[in-house]
Ligand binder design. Structure first.
Ligand SMILES: Nc1ncnc2c1ncn2[C@@H]1O[C@H](COP(=O)(O)OP(=O)(O)OP(=O)(O)O)[C@@H](O)[C@H]1O
Ligand SMILES: [Mg+2]
Length: 410
């Protein structure tokens, strides 16, 4: 099978999906805007062929290049796991008459308003919402939805330009900051815990599912620089408090007619147990969450995805053995992180609990994210999800207390 992989070496995680495709027996043709010498070795070794295009954003030029390629070489599938080019991949599938998400099927995974409309139509619970391109439209939505509410871009990422308004005064203060956003989604603010529901599907069947718990809610990370966010990939998906989200996730996939590949959904669980849809993407989660899934299962989900999209199955056993969590230790202030101190002491203190650590290279221009600490429970541990959280809070408090874990912000 010949698979055309968009951006096979960037972002860094794509490398492992590309390798997975080769391991599944596919012949991988890469199309990306990295010059060939800049490709990570793992990605380069996994490809039979790589075409460097000037820019993946130049859609017409990329389509022309791929059409020319398709006259020489059979292409069986087009894959893309990077959000900005999901629509390009869909367009290429249509051009080449290949299976997988079409443009029309991809849009609801990108446009938060269309997404919620389809999910509403299936009778599922979304935050009450409106979309608008004008300031007057935001006020009209506020009248209808009441406070508190959320205003955010229709196709956002990383909580960018996302604001909570608790009152007319707060909304007044927020509106000028949204002037550069052409279209916004206005939503009822859902006071709740936030989780993910991630899957790998084939032929419309869920072959692998995952739930992670965001601590605290992502919007708070954006507003409070001192917070070191934690993502916990939960071992026990049968826990009663997760069943509503699991059922919602399965229903959303049906409503959007998703069939093959990775999905990443976010959902809310209110204190009264009600579950509410957040958003969904037709790709894996970022933030090293696929790594976390691998730590939680001792499996290789990069390869599992590749096997699912090429052969419609996952043959490696996947057993949820551990709770696995990452702590993104952030530096305070803007600048460049030059070195860390105190980390070895911290790891010694937590022994086997704290396993791998990713140190971002001191040269990386990273104003906030400094360090990722991945922690997992011991094998066979039956600790419940909340016990794990308590332990993480303990670790995170210590992490925060060791002032010099991150130092020297230039
Ligand atoms: N209706 C809502 N009620 C409460 N909180 C919300 C609501 N909408 C968004 N948020 C908060 O803002 C965060 C970012 O919103 P959302 O997930 O829609 O956008 P995003 O920027 O696309 O996120 P991502 O980085 O996951 O792509 C959410 O994780 C949540 O904390
Ligand atoms: Mg989100």
């Amino acid at each position: 099978m010949n698979v055309l992989m968009i951006s096979p070496g960037y972002p860094a995680e794509m490398t492992f999906f590309t390798r997975g495709l080769a391991a599944a027996g596919a012949s991988v043709i890469g199309v990306g805007d990295q010059p060939a010498p800049a490709l990570p070795v793992i990605a380069r070794d996994a490809m039979s062929h790589y075409i460097a295009v000037g820019s993946l954003a130049a859609e017409e030029a990329v389509v022309a290049t791929v059409r020319a390629l398709a006259r020489q070489e059979r292409i069986d599938r087009v894959e893309c796991l990077w959000e900005p080019y999901m629509l390009l991949a869909a367009r290429l599938r249509e051009e080449l008459d290949l299976p997988g998400l079409t443009v029309t099927q991809t849009v609801p995974f990108r446009d938060k308003e269309q997404m919620k409309r389809l999910i509403d139509a299936a009778g599922l619970r979304t935050p009450r919402h409106a979309s608008t391109e004008t300031v007057a439209g935001v006020w009209a939505a506020a009248d209808r939805l009441g406070f508190p509410l959320i205003v955010k871009p229709i196709a956002g990422g990383g909580s960018a330009d996302t604001y909570r308004a608790g009152s007319v005064t707060e909304l007044n203060a927020i509106l000028p900051m949204l002037r550069h956003v052409p279209q916004v989604s206005v939503e009822e603010f859902v006071e709740a815990e936030e989780f993910t529901y991630d899957t790998i599907c084939a032929g419309g069947r869920v072959l692998f599912e995952n739930i992670s718990w965001y601590r605290p809610r992502p919007l708070l990370n954006k507003t409070h620089e001192w917070i070191s966010p934690i993502d916990i990939t939960l071992r026990d998906l049968d826990a009663p408090e997760l069943q509503g989200g699991r059922a919602l996730g399965a229903a959303v996939l049906k409503a959007l007619e998703f069939r093959d590949g990775f999905t990443h959904m976010e959902w809310y669980r209110k204190a009264d147990g009600e579950v509410v849809f957040g958003e969904i993407a037709a790709r894996p989660p970022g933030g090293r969450m696929v790594d976390l899934m691998n730590y939680a299962t001792d499996a290789d989900l990069f390869s599992a995805w590749a096997e699912a999209v090429t052969h419609g199955r996952i043959s490696q056993p996947i057993e949820r053995r551990y709770n696995a969590a990452s702590i993104f230790k952030r530096a305070k202030g803007a600048g460049r992180i030059t070195h860390y101190e105190g980390l070895d002491r911290l790891l010694a203190e937590f022994g086997v609990q704290a396993a791998p650590v990713r140190r971002l290279t001191p040269s990386a221009a990273q104003p906030v994210l400094g360090l990722i600490l991945i922690i997992r429970g011991t094998s066979g541990s039956r600790t419940g999800n909340s016990a794990v959280h308590a332990e993480l809070v303990r670790i995170n408090v210590r992490l925060t207390a060791i002032e010099k874990v991150l130092t020297d912000i230039e």
